[in-house]
Design a protein around this ligand. Structure first.
Ligand SMILES: [Zn+2]
Length: 200
């Protein structure tokens, strides 16, 4: 998921609440150095393929996790990146919503494998963007409170994340990628797709 111009400008009419670092009983395992990889764009067919379950302990999945983090880190406005966006239909993504104005609960940098949404409530509509859909943003209704279950790379440990607000939305966006679903598949109607403002 990527930020859109409105977020970059700030949304002054929203009530701002300070972000809260999540209490988490686990730490992200250290990853090897990642490689920068090309981000594919729609209508690249891989973006619509359901992802395969992965072995979080496998060397190629650990490298994929590192490549996601490295590519994510150099992409302006990127808050999450899924393996599908690197051309690989496997269920892995990276996420980091630190510093976003709509973030409340924040788990920092995450890489999750085989993640699913185990509970979702408080659906609201909001604007989303995606590095793989560079010319448009869209209005999507998603839960603002979720619990997500997934596995950490390297250790394979299962973790449950309870979160809200922007992190909840971004997690749902990335889990959708791992299932071959784009935000364009979920927009709330024909008037819910907007040309993206040019800012780069
Ligand atoms: Zn995306």
């Amino acid at each position: 998921m990527s930020l859109h111009a409105e977020d970059r400008d700030g949304d002054g009419d929203r009530r701002r609440l300070p972000a809260t670092p999540a209490q988490r009983a686990w730490t992200m395992p250290a990853l090897p150095a990642g490689r920068l990889r090309r981000v594919v764009e729609a209508p690249e067919p891989v973006l619509s393929q359901p992802g395969a379950d992965v072995d979080p302990n496998a060397a190629e999945i650990i490298q994929l996790a590192a490549d996601l983090v490295a590519t994510h880190a150099v992409s302006p406005g990127c808050v999450g990146l899924a393996a599908h966006q690197l051309g690989v239909a496997q269920r892995v993504f990276s996420l980091d919503v630190s510093g976003h104005p709509r973030t409340r609960t924040c788990h920092g940098l995450l890489v999750l494998c085989n993640a699913t949404v185990s509970s979702a409530t408080r659906r609201e509509r909001g604007r989303e963007g995606c590095m793989s859909v560079p010319d448009f943003t869209g209005d999507v209704a998603r839960a603002r409170r979720v619990t997500v279950r997934g596995q950490l790379p390297v250790t394979g440990a299962w973790v449950d994340l309870a979160t809200d607000a922007f992190e909840a939305v971004a997690l749902q966006h990335e889990i959708d990628h791992t299932n071959g679903v784009l935000f364009l598949d979920r927009v709330t109607g024909p008037h819910a797709v907007h040309p993206r403002r040019t800012y780069q």
